[in-house]
Design a protein around this ligand. Sequence first.
Ligand code: UDX
Ligand code: ADP
Length: 472
Amino acid sequence: MSKKITKICCIGAGYVGGPTMAVIAQKCPDVKVTVVDINEKRIAAWNDEDLGKLPVYEPGLDKVVEEARGRNLFFSTEVDKAIDEAEMIFISVNTPTKTYGKGKGMAADLKFIELCARQIARVAKDDKIVVEKSTLPVRTAQALKSILHNTGSSPAGKEGGVQFDILSNPEFLAEGTAVEDLHAPDRVLIGGDNPEAIQALVDVYAHWVPAANILTTNVWSSELSKLTANAFLAQRVSSINALSELCEKTGADVNEVARAIGTDSRIGPKFLKASVGFGGSCFQKDILNLVYIAKSYGLHEVADYWEQVILMNDHQKRRFADNIVTTLYNTVSGKKIAFLGWAFKKDTNDTRESAAIHVADYLLNEQAEIVVYDPKVTEEQIYADLDYLNTRDEKENRKLVTVVNDPYKATDEAHAIAVLTEWDEFRAYDWQRIYDLMLKPSFVFDGRAVLDREKLKNFGFEIYIIGVGSCG
Ligand code: UDX
Ligand code: ADP
């Protein structure tokens, strides 16, 4: 018989922890779910009466939070209290790529995970099931186990010691469709070595996920599956992006090629959309992680193979920016370039690793002036993203980059438009009006292949579409 879980705690109220716990609480009204974070501002936003102010924008999330919050879903900064109460603790803190020391630029920085483990070990007075939710390098569970078992007031293994079971339960939700993905996951993956602990977590998901969609494996397989899934998905994007350059040279249309190959059921239609480059907090980080692990085992061919996915992605971002400069008569100095979109994909306010940041950086190095419009990303975030790159000082970023809340303002007197995110609303704009507002010739660089080439051409635009090429 597995233990019945009545109280869950989740450490980390970010893009993964917030939506995942909201859906668990919604679907399991008999379980008290407390999401804790050290970031007071974030917790206050999760508790805001105004559901429009939730810190994570996800379609449908407001409804889920509205249903469960205050009933069995709570957001709090009292980390110790929530750990103490819970039978099951999810760790959902950030694991960015290391920016210092050994493994810099490649390995995942596990300091936040380690701090959580030490805190759990210090606070726990009774047995806990600890669930890794953050994306982690393979064998992190081992490190977690070691910390949990050797620290704390009553270390496991000693008489009267607390028992910790570690499970790996990677998250496969994609931002922008997180609620849908959580409501109807292709699969839930649970890795562990204690069948009772595994069953306790299976029982939580079984509230709404069919048994056939809940897979159980050993811990290492589960950890590696997460990295592998993201590496395969990113590889598909880099593969189609590699072909997009060839299409532009040969007159083929990458979207037609994608449709043609996607109908082969062995290939399938998803993740074949050519773009200015993939972004998001996971793809690059997870592949770098995979590369780092492979290298650390001396598997250099394996490492090089996967690294190429990242190199192709970097090339695509640079190529897109380069094309803007070349087309605008080899100089963008002092020219106004309107950015439509800053988020790394549509339907999210997340900008981590967004291609827009790198394209902007490249154009700013060429002394362009950029005006950004994104329906969901704040001005504060856009400046923070540019400042984080550390390419130029904060004053310079604010001088060269303006953020507006109206697309027509962004395009007014612009030399060119760059489409960096595939927001649906871009298609519905009054493009005749935009053409009239812009300087002539009016260039559009569509890095997401979302615009209607023929329609824009008829208005008089010179248009370049990624994977299709230029016309006008
Ligand atoms: C990804 C995984 O899909 C998810 O399972 C995992 O849990 C987290 O990482 P996410 O990063 O939220 O999710 O978004 P995803 O939809 O995978 O897109 C990643 C990037 O690839 C985006 O920048 C997107 O625009 C780009 N992309 C995706 C393409 O350029 N072309 C495509 O065909 C698909
Ligand atoms: P993800 O996309 O993985 O959810 P985020 O950065 O959106 O990543 O969220 C991670 C959250 O974890 C942040 O809000 C951060 O404040 C929180 N966090 C990090 N370390 C701790 C900790 N030791 N205790 C509580 N919260 C933490």
